[in-house]
Design a protein. Structure first.
Length: 147
């Protein structure tokens, strides 16, 4: 699967205590235009599995070229991933990262079993896009697009 080049996203939500949580995910995909749906999948072993499968709202941020540090920070085990990160909060309490290539504000649409992962489908309630180049992930390494 590493030979399939993807973008990189950071998915964020709040936990039951209202604390911001987030994780790096490259399983993101578009799913439906009408209604507007996107999906990503979370490992059942992930430390934030309970938080994300319980979340009614979440945000998916597509990282831009130069944002590897966000991908690294939001995939690191055992740290407070929001330490040193500037963010805003939407009206559902979901933390929003700044300066990403695109952002989808999602409401939970459905979940499906996917073996050792759970597929999370989000209804896109709002989105924003900046004209930036994407960060690419391929064979375990970060890449950028060449013309
Ligand atoms: C580029 C990249 C993509 C990732 N994509 C996913 C993903 O789609 N789903 C997932 O569950 N974990 C994914 N991970 C792993 C998580 O971000 C995180 O590193 C992992 O859950 C380990 O942290 P934890 O033990 O705190 O859960 C990805 C990590 C990286 C670096």
């Amino acid at each position: 699967m590493g030979s399939f080049a993807t973008g990189v996203t950071v998915v964020t939500t709040k936990d039951s205590a209202g604390k911001p949580v987030g994780m790096t995910a490259n399983s993101f995909s578009s799913l439906s235009l009408d209604p507007p749906l996107v999906l990503w999948s979370i490992a059942k072993s992930a430390s934030l599995y309970t938080e994300f499968t319980a979340a009614e709202s979440f945000a998916i941020h597509i990282l831009a070229k130069g944002q590897q540090h966000l991908s690294n920070q939001f995939s690191r085990k055992g740290i407070e991933r929001f330490d040193g990160i500037s963010y805003e909060t939407n009206n559902r309490g979901v933390p929003l990262l700044n300066d990403c290539l695109a952002r989808f504000d999602c409401e939970l649409f459905s979940q499906a079993d996917g073996g050792d992962h759970t597929i999370i489908v989000g209804y896109v309630a709002a989105m924003e896009e900046l004209q930036l180049d994407p960060l690419i992930f391929h064979k375990g390494a970060y890449r950028t697009l060449e013309p």
